[in-house]
Ligand binder design. Structure first.
Ligand code: NAG
Ligand code: NAG
Ligand code: NAG
Ligand code: NAG
Ligand code: NAG
Length: 493
């Protein structure tokens, strides 16, 4: 349980009775009110949504942020008590500039789930980081009108006090000027300054928070001169001095740059939530388990003590970790680390020790239960093959159609010999192909083995069986209840 500071949080006070009940029923679970996770689903093999929801509950995670409004995900969240942010993907923002489309979206993807025992939807995200410079301004003209329509649709549905519309922004919508690079000089990016002002004032008028994604890992990744310690929370020799304030970590400095930008448009007290924050575990020299653990330990401790930032001391910040699970089908345009942001691996098992309550205890998160895996077999290079001239093209094919990012420099599978590399690639493809026989052919270069092919730090995975039907409580019970329903119907007639 996060201690004292949380008492200032209204929601905590309101839900005290509920929390007490939970403690009575499940005394070992520590609930972390306001601690959320981002649940992305860009994976070749997805865990059943019900399995994931159980995992969230087992870890006391109270808030979840989605990137769409997928009906199987939302059905699994029904009755869980977990607070949910649903989202309109960027590709659908333009459609929402039509009010009727926005109204339909809210009706189908929000109102529909708000029955008793349904989904506790609290936010609708309009787009995801729509003003990234890499989108070349594609969403600059449509995002605000879409937000206004969604807000109006929420009002018309009578939901304006329960469900808030917001836009998850990337931290690059604000900055400090080059000539005065300190948080107190923060301002919205001049090229979108007027738009950001209009949007932010609109959000504030409707009591919606400003939502921002902050990535200390990316600060380090994108800037070779970045002082490593400044990305973490255990002090640095080179703090950023801003008047009386000494910033010792980039998260605070970044957050306060936003606070200054808000102040600049007269919104001193506007609520801010961190929509994404986290650290990846593969795909770069700084993306690994020890650094991820160092980052999360510091972050969670800070959240627990509720100290806030120099410009927002003591205030409670709703925070969503990024992300819940590894996603092997994400684009690696930003970097190989992109598929390895999960605090859980692809199969819902924890990667490292993490204490969500912020007490820094050495304990593991509770992994997904009853995960069904494919058979324990791997695809490897056939050692009897003599002609190796076609290895290159086959490895390229395997990696282009699966995830070989763990082979790269700084990752756990880097440093194997050539045979190891080839086998790793073959196996990743074979697993993505659900271990189909044809998935381990490669012009006769490959063979299936039941001997665990993992080497050293490099795990050769066995994929999860995501094609099996969702596990029901038990077949007889299911049959009995169907029979019962049938009988009720017959008797009614
Ligand atoms: C509701 O959300 C789903 C999933 O994101 C989307 O495919 C669908 O088009 C949305 N419904 C409407 C009516 O816009
Ligand atoms: C943005 O522009 C660049 C360069 O012109 C182009 O390569 C890229 O595909 C564009 N991106 C989008 C999302 O339109
Ligand atoms: C956005 O609107 C401006 C001004 O009307 C226009 O110049 C620009 O081309 C528009 N951008 C897009 C991506 O439609
Ligand atoms: C194995 O693959 C990695 C990543 O492509 C590469 O850096 C490394 O040099 C390869 N090793 C050998 C021995 O080919
Ligand atoms: C294979 O071996 C690795 C490394 O010892 C281990 O982590 C992994 O769990 C094993 N896989 C299976 C399916 O037993």
């Amino acid at each position: 349980m996060i201690s004292t500071g949380l008492a200032m949080n209204m929601r905590w006070i309101v839900f005290t009775a509920v929390n007490v009940m939970v403690f009575v029923l499940l005394p070992e679970i520590q609930r972390c009110d306001g601690l959320g996770v981002n649940w992305g689903t860009m994976a070749s093999h997805k865990l059943p949504p019900k399995t994931v929801v159980q995992m969230l509950k087992d870890n006391g995670i109270t808030n979840v942020k989605l990137f769409d409004a997928d009906s199987s995900t939302l059905s699994a969240l029904a009755g869980s008590g977990i607070q949910v942010m649903v989202a309109i993907p960027n590709a659908h923002i333009t459609a929402m500039t039509n009010y009727n489309a926005a109204k339909k979206w809210v009706s189908k993807n929000v109102t529909r789930y708000l029955f008793h025992g349904g989904v506790d939807i609290r936010y609708v995200a309009v787009g995801n980081e729509p003003f990234l410079t890499s989108y070349n301004g594609s969403y600059l003209n449509v995002t605000f009108p879409a937000l206004q329509n969604i807000q109006k649709a929420l009002v018309d549905a009578g939901l304006e006090t329960k469900v808030k519309a917001t836009i998850p922004f990337n931290a690059n919508v604000y900055e400090s000027p080059v000539e005065n690079p300190v948080p107190s000089a923060g301002r919205f990016r001049p090229d979108i300054g007027d738009l950001m002002k209009d949007i932010t004032q609109f959000l504030n008028q409707h009591d919606s928070p400003f939502s921002v994604n902050i990535y200390p890992f990316l600060s380090l990744y994108l800037n070779k001169d970045f002082p490593v310690d400044f990305a973490f929370f255990d002090g640095t020799d080179a703090p950023v001095v801003d008047g009386e304030i000494k910033y010792t970590n980039v998260l605070d400095a970044n957050f306060d740059t936003l606070i200054s930008a808000l102040k600049g448009i007269g919104l001193n007290d506007m609520a801010v939530m961190i929509g994404e924050v986290g650290w990846p575990t593969e795909g770069d020299v700084n993306a690994n388990v020890p650094l991820a653990q160092r980052f999360y330990t510091g972050l969670l401790k800070r959240m627990a003590t509720n100290q806030g930032t120099p410009l927002r001391p003591g205030k409670y910040i709703e925070t969503y970790l990024f992300g819940l699970l590894d996603e092997d089908a994400k684009s690696i345009a930003p970097g190989s680390f992109e598929r390895h942001w999960g605090i859980f691996g692809y199969d819902g098992q924890p990667k490292f020790q993490m204490d969500l309550s912020g007490q820094g205890q050495n304990k593991m998160l509770v992994g997904a239960k009853n995960v069904k895996y494919l058979p324990q077999q791997w695809c490897v290079l056939n050692p009897d093959v003599k002609d190796r001239s076609k290895l290159g093209e086959n490895v390229n094919y395997a990696c282009a159609n699966s995830d070989c990012t763990a082979l790269g420099y700084g990752s756990t599978c880097n440093g194997m010999d050539m045979e190891g590399n080839v086998s790793y690639a073959f196996n990743m493809y074979f697993q993505v192909q659900n271990q189909n026989e044809e998935g381990c052919f490669f012009q006769g270069l490959a063979m299936v083995t039941t001997k665990n092919a993992s080497q050293g730090t490099c795990e050769f995975i066995v994929q999860i069986d995501s094609h099996s039907p969702v596990v029901r409580p038990s077949m007889p019970l299911f049959l009995v209840s169907s029979l019962f329903i049938l009988l009720v119907h017959l008797l009614a007639i």
